[in-house]
Design a protein around this ligand. Structure first.
Ligand SMILES: Nc1ncnc2c1ncn2[C@@H]1O[C@H](COP(=O)(O)OP(=O)(O)OP(=O)(O)O)[C@@H](O)[C@H]1O
Ligand SMILES: [Mg+2]
Length: 495
């Protein structure tokens, strides 16, 4: 291989946080125009490795060579200027600025020339035209879908002439249709010689997008493989270090009595005339594209949004929650799709975050029963396999997937009868997904009624007894697990 083909060489990178090793002498090589998937369980160190490359955190050992030059000691700004860009796990745009302003943020003068608003808009229009993107350059970022925001982050990297883009879970908030577009976009970037390293917990993307796959396990590089050397099952085995037989657990259980009933429910302009029932021990899947109104249905049920007409009833009684705390009282539990909105308090530790809102349960006279609070939380952490470096760890230092599991734990501690789960496995690794599926099935067996909102079609099909498809706020179809197929669901969803 010619020297200039090698774009990035990571040599023996080690990293620790307060004495805990996070990365252990990691090596990785990347060629120009290569698409490289970085996989590993939650907490394996993927985001940390990206942050080392970009100079956001400094490794304790090792060296990163980019275009034959060591990056050691350079500040982030310099590294960005050298042509490395990163799309973070959480998007980093400024919602109150326009698309064009975000693309040119911090670079209002280019090659010594000051750029006014008109120039910025024109340059952005040109760029979008070149990439056949249909996004208004003057729109405020806060009014765009997550998918479009993602594209804007990528286009910002492109306009900065980045030749290496690190993408941390770029597809985790995208629907199937958006993922197809995303795939075209990264292949286009590849054809222009741009290299991409991305992380993903979805095997079809890992195999569908990448040229090479590197596996991190507990901060160690297990190896780099070409797609012919591994298959999804063997790759997962490398990630978790043991054998896995199936991606979805199987369990049959009896469906019980009707618990929840929704009649002609509307929440204009989000959705209209929705009808369904949900029984004890049943998983009802809500499918559709992002923005179709699925999440809004969950939010109305949980008292976050107000219905505009229609009826809801819970065990035969009219049910009309004024707010989430009334919904909680009535026996509902809700896992929202956005961790940040769900109220993770970054400065608090895992136990505190888990028992947030449940303090009444733990109140003894005027004090919080911390022993019981902590025992319950530790029990739940074990049940959910939440891996933290040490006890009492602040939640902000947990990997993304583990944060999601803490939120799940919070809901379960309240012992709800009806669970509304909106994208419960987003950003969660294969092994932990399996654990969450097992948990969902266990809850189902206990007789919980579960409304599952998911963009992950294989997951939705494997977990649901029945599936409802929503498109543009309308209920398009209802089918049993036996009747449902990915093709059928997509056909209704895209209607
Ligand atoms: N600032 C920090 N202080 C202490 N520990 C940290 C800090 N940042 C990350 N960690 C720990 O480092 C480990 C690796 O985290 P990282 O975010 O790199 O994982 P990841 O592979 O990106 O996981 P995910 O798939 O969940 O996003 C985790 O155990 C995490 O708790
Ligand atoms: Mg991560």
């Amino acid at each position: 291989m010619a020297m200039q083909d090698c774009l990035l060489k990571i040599k023996g990178i080690s990293l620790e946080f307060s004495g805990t090793p996070i990365l252990k002498s990691v090596n990785l090589s990347l060629n120009q125009g290569e698409i490289h998937a970085l996989v590993g369980e939650n907490g394996a160190g993927k985001s940390s490795l990206f942050k080392c490359i970009l100079g956001i955190i400094s490794p304790s050992q090792g060296e990163i060579i980019f275009l034959n030059e060591s990056l050691s000691g350079y500040p982030i700004r310099e590294i960005l200027r050298k042509g490395i860009a990163m799309i973070h796990q959480e998007l980093m745009l400024i919602p109150e600025l326009t698309v064009a302003e975000n693309i040119f943020l911090g670079r209002e003068s280019i090659a010594g020339k000051r750029m006014g608003l008109r120039e910025i808009n024109e340059a952005t229009s040109d760029l979008f035209q070149e990439y056949e993107l249909d996004i208004p350059v003057g729109a405020f970022v806060k009014d765009l879908s997550i998918a479009h925001q993602q594209i804007i982050e990528i286009m910002r990297s492109v306009s900065q002439k980045a030749c290496l883009i690190l993408m941390d879970e770029p597809t985790s908030s995208l629907t199937e249709k958006e993922v197809i577009f995303f795939k075209q976009l990264i292949f286009r970037l590849k054809s222009e010689g741009i290299s991409i390293v991305f992380t993903s917990h979805k095997m079809d993307e890992v195999f569908g997008f990448s040229d090479k796959i590197s596996v991190l396990r507990d901060g160690e590089m297990v190896g780099t493989f070409s797609k012919v050397e591994v298959n999804p099952m063997s790759l997962v085995q490398k990630m978790v270090g043991r054998e896995m037989k199936d991606f979805y657990p199987k369990a049959l259980s009896e469906v019980g009595q009707q618990i929840l009933r929704v009649d002609d429910l509307s929440c204009v302009p989000h959705f209209e005339h929705v009808n369904f029932t949900l029984c004890a021990g049943e998983v009802l899947g809500l499918s559709g594209l992002v923005g179709a109104g699925r999440s809004d249905i969950g939010q109305v049920l949980f008292g976050i949004k107000k219905k505009t007409s229609g009826q809801m009833s819970l065990k035969g009684q009219a049910y009309n929650p004024e707010n989430p705390s009334e919904a909680l009282q009535a026996g509902l539990g809700y896992l929202g799709e956005d961790r940040k909105e769900m109220g993770i308090i970054p400065e608090m530790n895992i136990t505190e975050n888990m028992s947030l809102g449940l303090l009444d349960t733990y109140r003894k006279f005027f004090f919080v029963d911390q022993t019981r609070e902590s025992a319950d939380s530790i029990d739940m952490q074990a049940q959910l396999s939440i891996h933290s470096a040490k006890e009492g760890q602040r939640i902000q230092n947990l990997s993304g997937g583990n944060q999601q599991k803490v939120l799940f734990g919070r809901i379960l501690l309240n012992n709800p009868e009806v669970l509304i789960l909106d994208e419960p496995t987003r950003g969660i690794d294969v092994m932990s997904k399996f654990e969450i599926y097992t948990l969902i099935l266990a809850l189902k067996k206990q007789g919980k009624a579960i409304l599952l909102i998911s963009s992950d079609l294989p997951e939705l099909l494997a977990m649901s007894d029945r599936v409802i498809v929503i498109s543009k706020g309308k209920q398009m179809a209802e089918m049993t697990r036996e009747e449902a197929s990915p093709e059928k669901i997509l056909e209704y969803a895209l209607h």
